[in-house]
Design a protein around this ligand. Structure first.
Ligand SMILES: O=C(O)C1=N[C@H](C(=O)O)C[C@H](O)C1
Length: 301
C-alpha cells in the first residue's frame, strides 16, 4: 500500500520527449507539449528519461529541460531521470538534483557493467543515501544489461528513500510479487503491460505512447483503478494497436513522428536515433480512437 510518507505515483505519467529544432532543445515546443498533457489530465511528468533522449543531452541541457517542464507542469509532480555508470559522477548528479523541487529521481542500474546483485544493492543504496528525493528504480534489463532480482528489490524496498519501481523487467512473477508485497509502488514501464499491471493491483504507468490519445490513456488508468474492467477493456482494445505502432521502431522516433504530424514540434532526433519511417508514422496517424463520451462522468468520478 502507498504510505502517506511518500509522494503518490499512481495514475498516468508522461516521460516527455525532448523536442529539438536544428539540434537545439526547442523549449517553446516542450512547454506547449507539457501544458497540453497537463490539460489532458495526466498525473505527472518524467523529464530526461529514455524517451527524452537523455543519453544525448548534456547536463546543462538536461537542467534547462527540467526548468521548462517544472514551469509548465503547473504544480503537477515531476520526476527526473538520472543515469550514469560512474558512481562518483552519479552521486554528484544526485546531490545537484537535490536542489530541485522534484517528486523523485528515476534511476536505472548502471549500463554495460553487469554488476552482481550485491553490486546493484550497493549502487542503489548509495544513491538513495545521497538523495534528498525519493528514488523510483527504473528496472529495464534490456537497456542496461543488468537484471535486478526480486530478492534484491525486496532488500532495496526497505530503504526509506526507495519508494517505487518503473517495471520494464519483463518478469510477470516478479511484478506480481512486488505488487503483493506492497512495499514499492509498481508502475508499468512497458506500455503493452499497462492493463495487466493495473489489473493485478499496480499503481500507475509511465508511458511514452501516451503522448498521443492522452485522454484515452488517462481514462483507461482511472477505470482500471476503479475496478471497471469492462469499460477499461473497451478503451484498451484500440489503444493496443497504437502502442504497437509507437514501438515498431526505436522509441521515441515513431511518437515524435506522430507529434510532428500534429504540428506540435519537429520530429528531429539526436544521433544515433533515426527518424521513424513514413510508413510507421502513416500507420500511427491512421489510428482513430472512439470518442470518450463518458469523459465528463469519468472526471467527476
Ligand atoms: O522514458 C521512459 O520512461 C520510457 N521508456 C521506455 C523505453 O525504454 O523506451 C518506454 C516507456 O513507454 C517509457
Amino acid at each position: 500500500m502507498h504510505s502517506t510518507d511518500h509522494p503518490d505515483f499512481s495514475g498516468l505519467w508522461i516521460p516527455l520527449v525532448t523536442p529539438f529544432h536544428e539540434n537545439a532543445v526547442d523549449h517553446n515546443a516542450l512547454h506547449t507539449l507539457t501544458t497540453r498533457m497537463r490539460q489532458a489530465g495526466v498525473s505527472g511528468f518524467c523529464a530526461c528519461g529514455s524517451t527524452g533522449e537523455a543519453a544525448a543531452l548534456s547536463h546543462e541541457e538536461e537542467n534547462a529541460v527540467l526548468a521548462t517542464v517544472l514551469h509548465a507542469s503547473g504544480g503537477l509532480p515531476v520526476m527526473m531521470g538520472a543515469a550514469d555508470c560512474h558512481l562518483g559522477r552519479m552521486l554528484d548528479r544526485v546531490r545537484e538534483l537535490g536542489r530541485q523541487p522534484l517528486a523523485a529521481l528515476l534511476v536505472p542500474a548502471p549500463t554495460y557493467i553487469r554488476p552482481s546483485q550485491q553490486g546493484l544493492l550497493d549502487w542503489f543504496t548509495r544513491i538513495a543515501d545521497a538523495s534528498t528525493h525519493p528514488i523510483v528504480i527504473y528496472d529495464i534489463p534490456y537497456r542496461t544489461g543488468a537484471t535486478i532480482e526480486l530478492a534484491t528489490l525486496r532488500t532495496l524496498a526497505r530503504h526509506p528513500n526507495i519508494v517505487a519501481i518503473k517495471d520494464c523487467g519483463g518478469d510477470a512473477a516478479k511484478t506480481q510479487a512486488l505488487i503483493d508485497d506492497g512495499a514499492l509502488q509498481v508502475l508499468a514501464g512497458e506500455d503493452v503491460q499497462i492493463f495487466s499491471n493495473l489489473a493485478l493491483g499496480g499503481h500507475g504507468a509511465i508511458a511514452a505512447s501516451a503522448h498521443a490519445h492522452t485522454e484515452h490513456f488517462v481514462a483507461l488508468l482511472r477505470l482500471l483503478a476503479s475496478g471497471d474492467l469492462a469499460s477499461a477493456r473497451a478503451i484498451w482494445a484500440p489503444l493496443q494497436q497504437h502502442i504497437r505502432g509507437s514501438f515498431a521502431e526505436p522509441n521515441p522516433a515513431p511518437i515524435k513522428g506522430w507529434l510532428a504530424r500534429q504540428g506540435w514540434m519537429s520530429a528531429e532526433l539526436r544521433a544515433p536515433m533515426m527518424p521513424a519511417s513514413e510508413a510507421v508514422i502513416d500507420q500511427l496517424c491512421a489510428i482513430q480512437l472512439p470518442e470518450l463520451p463518458t469523459m465528463q462522468a469519468l472526471r467527476a468520478a
